[in-house]
Design a protein around this ligand. Sequence first.
Ligand code: IMP
Length: 179
Amino acid sequence: MHRDCESIVLREEEIAARVKEAAAWLDARFFGTVPVAVCNLKGSVVFFCDLLRAMRTDTEMDFMAVSSYGDETVAAGRPKIKKQLFSSVEGRDVILVEDIVDTGRTLVTLRKFFEERRVRSLTVVALLDKPARRKVNVSADFTCFTVGDAFVVGYGLDYAEKYRDLPYLAVLKRSVYEH
Ligand code: IMP
């Protein structure tokens, strides 16, 4: 385990097994169609790649970025769309891939974004859910794991841009971000 981490929350094998289940769930909905899978950068990128490669359904990929964090562990407020999609999604089935639903504000912003673009359907898949920290009433359609309110890193999730490359999910030591 990385020296800045306190404990491992989810091991690589546990994540891989659950990602397969998420992929099967999406295949059951979408096989035979070509949905657009949207990765909300950067935290979802590892999950996104593993998920799409575990699916049998053909997908197109697109990317966007929404951020509410600086280099902090507490959301700074209203999420802002920092990067728009490359292609039009009007009339398309969209699978939005999220790393974590925390306060829920990012997901509310994204749901509104896709509604305004008149997608045919929107399905949200989240790797993690932190229901204890929810500030708005929103949830993903498929959640891989529910976690407590500790700050977690790895498997795409960062603290100040670090730890995204860890293959597991771990709780960061408080001493790393409390100076
Ligand atoms: P929300 O808008 O509060 O739901 O925040 C969602 C975003 O906050 C996620 O997409 C993450 O990028 C970030 N985030 C929330 N909790 C954590 C965490 O424990 N570790 C890393 N990033 C987190």
